[in-house]
Design a protein around this ligand. Structure first.
Ligand code: ADP
Ligand code: MG
Length: 230
């Protein structure tokens, strides 16, 4: 599903550059539930942004669903994102002036789906995350956990093949984090590939595989007990 070979990425800093990813090799198969761990600044978000077609790598190969990703203009990247990927971020990234159901329906608008159908599908996904009764509320009227559930519904509404989550529990208390992790587990049980960034060991341990990043390289890549005992 995601195949990365010798991936490098630097950011220009004045006339210098900061070498963040230093030759990563990573293969994530369809249906896997993978956590990427590493301390702050280790390049986790950089990697996820490249995987999510939000940023470009400098060298190496990246294949998404078998397709070599190179020289994508923004329009092509947007089409691939809409078709294959769902995103969940630490800060939720909901649109503040749109209601929960409008936020969830938005990706369907970009797929050219009509208003009524968009609304119906979005309601179905809000129901799935237990927020049917909150459909007409604005994000400002919801708790952090509720906002993240709206964001998860929005990530799922296009039936992506991969869900990418960047510190999805980073802004939540432990009970709410637990609920969000349960939701990601369920998504994965339904067959979706889930790739989650975290720096919390107890979050990572709930996935099936932990990849550790340090100083721009992968220092370990191991299955967790969950996988070993299934
Ligand atoms: P993590 O998500 O693991 O905390 P990031 O991938 O966000 O780490 O960042 C890795 C390093 O790259 C950090 O030193 C960060 O400051 C730097 N960095 C991230 N994004 C940019 C950018 N757009 N321009 C310059 N430097 C960046
Ligand atoms: Mg980050």
């Amino acid at each position: 599903m995601i195949k990365i070979e010798k991936l490098h990425k630097s950011y220009p800093i004045g006339k210098d550059s900061l070498h963040v990813l230093k030759g990563l090799d990573l293969h994530i198969k369809e249906g896997e539930f993978v956590a990427i761990m590493g301390s702050s600044g280790s390049g986790k978000s950089t990697l996820l942004n490249i995987v999510g077609l939000l940023d470009e790598h400098d060298s190496g190969n990246y294949y998404l669903n078998g397709q070599l990703i190179e020289k994508l203009d923004e329009k092509k990247a947007a089409i691939l994102r809409n078709k294959f990927l769902g995103f969940v971020f630490q800060s939720f990234n909901l649109i503040n002036y749109k209601t929960a159901v409008e936020n969830v329906a938005l990706p369907l608008y970009y797929q050219g789906i009509g208003r009524k159908e968009r609304h119906d599908i979005a309601m179905q996904y809000l129901r799935k995350v237990g927020l049917e009764d909150w459909a007409n509320h604005l994000p400002s009227e919801m708790s952090g956990g509720q906002k993240q559930r709206v964001a998860i519904a929005r990530a799922l509404v296009t039936k992506p093949k991969v869900v990418l989550a960047d510190e999805p529990t980073g802004a939540l208390d432990s009970t709410t984090s637990e609920a969000v992790m349960e939701m990601l587990k369920e998504i994965n049980r339904e067959g979706m590939t889930v790739f989650v960034i975290t720096h919390e060991e107890d979050i990572a341990e709930q996935t099936d595989r932990i990849v550790r990043l340090k100083d721009g390289v992968i220092i370990s890549d191991e299955l967790t007990n969950n996988k070993a005992t299934v």
